[in-house]
Design a protein around this ligand. Structure first.
Ligand SMILES: O=C(O)CCC(=O)C(=O)O
Ligand SMILES: [Fe+2]
Length: 301
Protein backbone atom coordinates (compact mmCIF):
# COMPACT_ATOMS: atom_id res chain seq x y z
CA UNK A 1 0.00 0.00 0.00
CA UNK A 2 1.46 3.37 -0.99
CA UNK A 3 1.18 5.95 1.73
CA UNK A 4 2.31 9.42 2.62
CA UNK A 5 2.56 10.98 6.09
CA UNK A 6 0.46 14.07 6.80
CA UNK A 7 2.30 15.10 9.99
CA UNK A 8 5.31 13.68 11.87
CA UNK A 9 3.12 12.44 14.73
CA UNK A 10 -0.19 11.53 13.04
CA UNK A 11 -2.10 11.31 9.79
CA UNK A 12 -1.58 9.16 6.71
CA UNK A 13 -2.70 9.54 3.13
CA UNK A 14 -3.49 6.21 1.46
CA UNK A 15 -2.68 6.42 -2.23
CA UNK A 16 -3.99 4.17 -5.00
CA UNK A 17 -7.18 3.16 -3.20
CA UNK A 18 -10.51 3.48 -4.94
CA UNK A 19 -13.18 3.19 -2.30
CA UNK A 20 -15.91 2.84 -4.92
CA UNK A 21 -14.53 -0.62 -5.72
CA UNK A 22 -15.12 -3.58 -3.37
CA UNK A 23 -12.45 -3.76 -0.67
CA UNK A 24 -11.56 -7.28 0.42
CA UNK A 25 -11.31 -8.14 4.11
CA UNK A 26 -7.50 -8.23 4.19
CA UNK A 27 -7.27 -4.74 2.67
CA UNK A 28 -9.98 -3.41 4.97
CA UNK A 29 -8.22 -4.86 8.05
CA UNK A 30 -5.06 -3.05 6.97
CA UNK A 31 -6.99 0.22 6.58
CA UNK A 32 -8.46 -0.23 10.08
CA UNK A 33 -5.01 -0.90 11.57
CA UNK A 34 -3.68 2.25 9.91
CA UNK A 35 -6.66 4.25 11.15
CA UNK A 36 -5.84 3.37 14.75
CA UNK A 37 -2.11 3.77 14.26
CA UNK A 38 -2.24 7.17 12.51
CA UNK A 39 -5.56 8.57 13.90
CA UNK A 40 -6.35 10.35 10.60
CA UNK A 41 -6.62 8.77 7.15
CA UNK A 42 -6.88 10.73 3.92
CA UNK A 43 -8.14 9.27 0.64
CA UNK A 44 -8.03 11.69 -2.29
CA UNK A 45 -9.77 11.56 -5.63
CA UNK A 46 -12.69 9.43 -4.48
CA UNK A 47 -15.96 9.23 -6.34
CA UNK A 48 -18.04 8.22 -3.38
CA UNK A 49 -21.78 7.92 -3.53
CA UNK A 50 -23.64 8.27 -0.21
CA UNK A 51 -24.42 4.53 -0.44
CA UNK A 52 -20.73 3.72 -0.70
CA UNK A 53 -19.95 6.03 2.24
CA UNK A 54 -22.68 4.41 4.35
CA UNK A 55 -21.36 0.93 3.54
CA UNK A 56 -17.83 1.97 4.55
CA UNK A 57 -19.19 3.47 7.77
CA UNK A 58 -20.85 0.14 8.62
CA UNK A 59 -17.52 -1.62 8.13
CA UNK A 60 -15.85 0.73 10.61
CA UNK A 61 -18.46 0.15 13.31
CA UNK A 62 -21.93 1.30 14.29
CA UNK A 63 -22.98 4.54 12.60
CA UNK A 64 -24.88 7.11 14.58
CA UNK A 65 -27.79 8.86 12.90
CA UNK A 66 -27.20 12.59 13.24
CA UNK A 67 -29.51 14.53 15.52
CA UNK A 68 -30.17 17.45 13.14
CA UNK A 69 -32.31 15.16 11.16
CA UNK A 70 -33.44 17.36 8.31
CA UNK A 71 -29.86 17.12 7.03
CA UNK A 72 -29.73 13.31 7.03
CA UNK A 73 -29.98 11.83 3.54
CA UNK A 74 -33.26 9.96 3.05
CA UNK A 75 -31.77 6.94 1.25
CA UNK A 76 -28.67 6.78 3.41
CA UNK A 77 -29.39 8.36 6.79
CA UNK A 78 -25.90 7.37 8.00
CA UNK A 79 -24.75 10.29 5.82
CA UNK A 80 -25.65 13.90 6.59
CA UNK A 81 -24.81 17.15 4.86
CA UNK A 82 -22.85 20.05 6.25
CA UNK A 83 -21.92 23.31 4.57
CA UNK A 84 -23.68 26.32 3.10
CA UNK A 85 -25.60 24.58 0.28
CA UNK A 86 -29.21 25.73 -0.28
CA UNK A 87 -32.09 23.86 -1.87
CA UNK A 88 -34.18 25.29 -4.72
CA UNK A 89 -36.47 27.12 -2.23
CA UNK A 90 -33.46 28.91 -0.75
CA UNK A 91 -33.64 26.87 2.47
CA UNK A 92 -30.48 25.46 4.07
CA UNK A 93 -29.72 22.07 2.54
CA UNK A 94 -26.87 21.36 4.94
CA UNK A 95 -26.06 22.01 8.57
CA UNK A 96 -24.05 25.17 8.72
CA UNK A 97 -22.42 26.78 11.74
CA UNK A 98 -22.62 30.52 11.19
CA UNK A 99 -21.64 31.50 14.71
CA UNK A 100 -17.98 30.53 14.46
CA UNK A 101 -15.74 27.54 14.79
CA UNK A 102 -13.74 26.15 17.63
CA UNK A 103 -11.73 23.15 18.66
CA UNK A 104 -13.85 20.22 19.78
CA UNK A 105 -14.34 16.47 19.92
CA UNK A 106 -17.33 15.00 18.11
CA UNK A 107 -19.70 12.82 20.09
CA UNK A 108 -18.90 13.87 23.65
CA UNK A 109 -22.57 13.69 24.56
CA UNK A 110 -22.57 9.90 24.05
CA UNK A 111 -21.26 7.46 26.63
CA UNK A 112 -18.98 5.66 24.17
CA UNK A 113 -15.98 7.75 23.18
CA UNK A 114 -14.34 5.71 20.42
CA UNK A 115 -15.77 7.15 17.27
CA UNK A 116 -14.66 8.07 13.79
CA UNK A 117 -15.81 11.13 11.87
CA UNK A 118 -15.95 10.76 8.08
CA UNK A 119 -15.92 13.96 6.06
CA UNK A 120 -16.19 13.71 2.29
CA UNK A 121 -15.84 16.84 0.15
CA UNK A 122 -18.48 17.20 -2.56
CA UNK A 123 -17.95 20.93 -3.23
CA UNK A 124 -15.38 23.21 -1.67
CA UNK A 125 -14.91 26.99 -1.61
CA UNK A 126 -12.06 28.66 -3.43
CA UNK A 127 -10.74 30.02 -0.17
CA UNK A 128 -11.28 28.96 3.44
CA UNK A 129 -13.29 26.06 4.81
CA UNK A 130 -10.16 24.15 5.84
CA UNK A 131 -10.33 21.60 8.65
CA UNK A 132 -7.73 21.65 11.43
CA UNK A 133 -6.64 18.62 13.45
CA UNK A 134 -4.22 17.98 16.31
CA UNK A 135 -3.28 15.02 18.47
CA UNK A 136 -4.63 14.46 21.98
CA UNK A 137 -1.80 12.08 22.93
CA UNK A 138 0.84 14.61 21.89
CA UNK A 139 -1.10 17.14 23.95
CA UNK A 140 -0.93 14.88 27.01
CA UNK A 141 2.84 14.47 26.56
CA UNK A 142 3.41 18.21 26.16
CA UNK A 143 1.45 19.68 29.04
CA UNK A 144 3.38 20.35 32.25
CA UNK A 145 3.28 17.71 35.00
CA UNK A 146 1.36 20.12 37.27
CA UNK A 147 -1.47 20.35 34.72
CA UNK A 148 -1.39 16.57 34.16
CA UNK A 149 -1.89 16.16 37.93
CA UNK A 150 -4.77 18.64 37.94
CA UNK A 151 -6.51 16.88 35.05
CA UNK A 152 -5.81 13.33 36.23
CA UNK A 153 -8.96 12.77 38.30
CA UNK A 154 -11.08 15.37 36.58
CA UNK A 155 -14.36 14.41 34.93
CA UNK A 156 -16.51 16.66 32.77
CA UNK A 157 -20.26 16.48 32.22
CA UNK A 158 -21.07 17.00 28.53
CA UNK A 159 -24.52 17.96 27.30
CA UNK A 160 -25.61 17.96 23.68
CA UNK A 161 -28.25 20.57 24.45
CA UNK A 162 -25.77 22.93 26.13
CA UNK A 163 -23.95 22.94 22.82
CA UNK A 164 -26.89 22.76 20.43
CA UNK A 165 -29.43 25.14 22.02
CA UNK A 166 -27.21 28.26 21.75
CA UNK A 167 -26.54 27.43 18.08
CA UNK A 168 -30.25 27.40 17.42
CA UNK A 169 -30.73 30.52 19.52
CA UNK A 170 -28.20 32.51 17.50
CA UNK A 171 -29.28 31.07 14.17
CA UNK A 172 -32.94 30.08 13.83
CA UNK A 173 -32.37 28.72 10.32
CA UNK A 174 -29.57 26.38 11.27
CA UNK A 175 -31.79 23.42 12.16
CA UNK A 176 -35.19 22.34 13.45
CA UNK A 177 -35.59 22.48 17.26
CA UNK A 178 -35.62 19.06 18.92
CA UNK A 179 -38.89 17.62 20.22
CA UNK A 180 -39.19 16.64 23.87
CA UNK A 181 -38.75 12.97 22.95
CA UNK A 182 -35.59 13.78 20.99
CA UNK A 183 -34.20 15.88 23.84
CA UNK A 184 -34.77 13.12 26.37
CA UNK A 185 -32.92 10.64 24.14
CA UNK A 186 -29.75 12.74 24.56
CA UNK A 187 -28.98 13.01 28.29
CA UNK A 188 -25.71 14.54 29.56
CA UNK A 189 -22.73 12.19 30.02
CA UNK A 190 -19.69 12.16 32.34
CA UNK A 191 -16.22 11.64 30.86
CA UNK A 192 -12.74 11.34 32.31
CA UNK A 193 -10.44 13.93 30.74
CA UNK A 194 -7.34 11.73 30.96
CA UNK A 195 -8.07 8.44 29.20
CA UNK A 196 -6.17 5.51 27.76
CA UNK A 197 -6.95 4.77 24.13
CA UNK A 198 -8.16 1.15 24.04
CA UNK A 199 -6.28 0.23 20.86
CA UNK A 200 -3.07 2.28 20.88
CA UNK A 201 -2.90 2.33 24.71
CA UNK A 202 -1.64 5.89 24.50
CA UNK A 203 -2.75 8.30 27.18
CA UNK A 204 -4.92 10.99 25.62
CA UNK A 205 -6.70 14.14 26.73
CA UNK A 206 -10.39 13.73 25.96
CA UNK A 207 -11.58 17.31 25.89
CA UNK A 208 -14.61 19.31 24.97
CA UNK A 209 -14.87 22.98 25.68
CA UNK A 210 -18.49 23.51 26.64
CA UNK A 211 -18.99 21.10 29.56
CA UNK A 212 -21.74 21.96 32.03
CA UNK A 213 -20.02 20.72 35.18
CA UNK A 214 -16.82 19.18 36.57
CA UNK A 215 -16.78 16.52 39.31
CA UNK A 216 -14.29 18.12 41.69
CA UNK A 217 -13.74 21.78 40.79
CA UNK A 218 -15.83 24.77 39.74
CA UNK A 219 -16.79 25.24 36.11
CA UNK A 220 -14.40 28.21 35.90
CA UNK A 221 -11.43 26.32 37.32
CA UNK A 222 -12.00 23.24 35.12
CA UNK A 223 -12.49 25.34 32.00
CA UNK A 224 -9.30 27.26 32.73
CA UNK A 225 -7.31 24.00 32.92
CA UNK A 226 -8.86 22.74 29.70
CA UNK A 227 -7.99 26.01 27.97
CA UNK A 228 -4.39 25.74 29.21
CA UNK A 229 -4.15 22.24 27.75
CA UNK A 230 -5.82 23.37 24.51
CA UNK A 231 -3.32 26.20 24.01
CA UNK A 232 -0.47 23.67 24.16
CA UNK A 233 -2.29 21.07 22.02
CA UNK A 234 -2.98 23.57 19.24
CA UNK A 235 0.38 25.31 18.90
CA UNK A 236 0.88 25.88 15.18
CA UNK A 237 3.58 23.25 14.84
CA UNK A 238 1.20 20.51 16.06
CA UNK A 239 -1.74 21.41 13.81
CA UNK A 240 -2.53 19.75 10.49
CA UNK A 241 -4.54 22.01 8.17
CA UNK A 242 -6.51 20.08 5.59
CA UNK A 243 -7.13 22.08 2.43
CA UNK A 244 -10.00 20.32 0.75
CA UNK A 245 -10.24 19.20 -2.85
CA UNK A 246 -13.56 17.72 -4.06
CA UNK A 247 -13.29 13.92 -3.76
CA UNK A 248 -11.26 14.00 -0.51
CA UNK A 249 -12.38 11.70 2.26
CA UNK A 250 -10.89 12.34 5.70
CA UNK A 251 -11.53 9.90 8.54
CA UNK A 252 -10.35 10.77 12.04
CA UNK A 253 -10.40 9.10 15.43
CA UNK A 254 -12.12 11.40 17.91
CA UNK A 255 -10.39 9.74 20.84
CA UNK A 256 -6.99 10.62 19.42
CA UNK A 257 -7.76 13.94 17.71
CA UNK A 258 -9.23 17.36 18.35
CA UNK A 259 -10.53 19.22 15.30
CA UNK A 260 -11.96 22.53 14.17
CA UNK A 261 -13.67 23.85 11.08
CA UNK A 262 -12.64 27.26 9.70
CA UNK A 263 -14.76 29.89 7.93
CA UNK A 264 -15.35 29.96 4.21
CA UNK A 265 -13.93 33.24 2.88
CA UNK A 266 -17.03 34.18 0.86
CA UNK A 267 -20.24 32.42 1.91
CA UNK A 268 -22.39 34.02 -0.74
CA UNK A 269 -20.20 33.16 -3.69
CA UNK A 270 -18.53 29.91 -2.69
CA UNK A 271 -20.45 26.77 -1.95
CA UNK A 272 -19.21 24.15 0.48
CA UNK A 273 -20.91 20.79 0.71
CA UNK A 274 -19.58 17.91 2.76
CA UNK A 275 -21.00 14.45 3.39
CA UNK A 276 -20.46 13.48 6.98
CA UNK A 277 -20.80 10.23 8.88
CA UNK A 278 -20.13 9.43 12.51
CA UNK A 279 -19.32 5.88 13.53
CA UNK A 280 -18.75 4.20 16.90
CA UNK A 281 -15.73 1.96 16.50
CA UNK A 282 -14.72 -1.02 18.62
CA UNK A 283 -13.41 -1.94 21.12
CA UNK A 284 -14.95 -0.02 24.00
CA UNK A 285 -15.48 -0.39 27.71
CA UNK A 286 -18.65 1.66 27.56
CA UNK A 287 -21.39 0.06 25.55
CA UNK A 288 -24.10 1.75 23.52
CA UNK A 289 -27.04 -0.37 24.45
CA UNK A 290 -29.69 2.01 23.18
CA UNK A 291 -28.00 3.16 19.96
CA UNK A 292 -30.57 1.54 17.65
CA UNK A 293 -33.42 3.07 19.64
CA UNK A 294 -31.88 6.55 19.52
CA UNK A 295 -30.96 6.18 15.84
CA UNK A 296 -34.60 5.34 15.08
CA UNK A 297 -35.73 8.62 16.65
CA UNK A 298 -33.50 10.68 14.35
CA UNK A 299 -34.27 8.98 11.04
CA UNK A 300 -35.24 11.61 8.47
CA UNK A 301 -38.99 11.98 7.94
O1 LIG B 1 -16.60 21.40 8.43
C1 LIG B 1 -15.53 21.16 8.98
O2 LIG B 1 -14.45 21.49 8.51
C2 LIG B 1 -15.51 20.46 10.30
C3 LIG B 1 -16.87 20.09 10.70
C4 LIG B 1 -16.92 19.35 11.98
O3 LIG B 1 -16.51 19.79 12.99
C5 LIG B 1 -17.51 18.02 11.96
O4 LIG B 1 -17.90 17.53 10.91
O5 LIG B 1 -17.60 17.42 13.02
FE1 LIG C 1 -16.80 18.33 14.58
Amino acid sequence: MNTQALMPNFGLELLDIDLSNPIDDACFDKILDLYFEYSVLLFRGQDMSPGCQAALAHRFGRPKIETRKQFNLKENPEVSTIGNAKDTDGKDAAFFVRGGFGWHTDGTSACHVDAATFLYAVEVPKKGGDTLLCSTSTAYKNIPQSLRDQLSDLKMLCSFHAHNDPLLETDRDSHIPLTEKERLALPPVWHDIVQVHPVTEQTVLYMNFDPIEFNSVSLNAGEKWLQEALAIATEDKYVYRHRWIPGDLLIWDNHAMLHSGTPTACYERDKRLMHRSFVYTQPTERTLENLEEVNEIFLPV
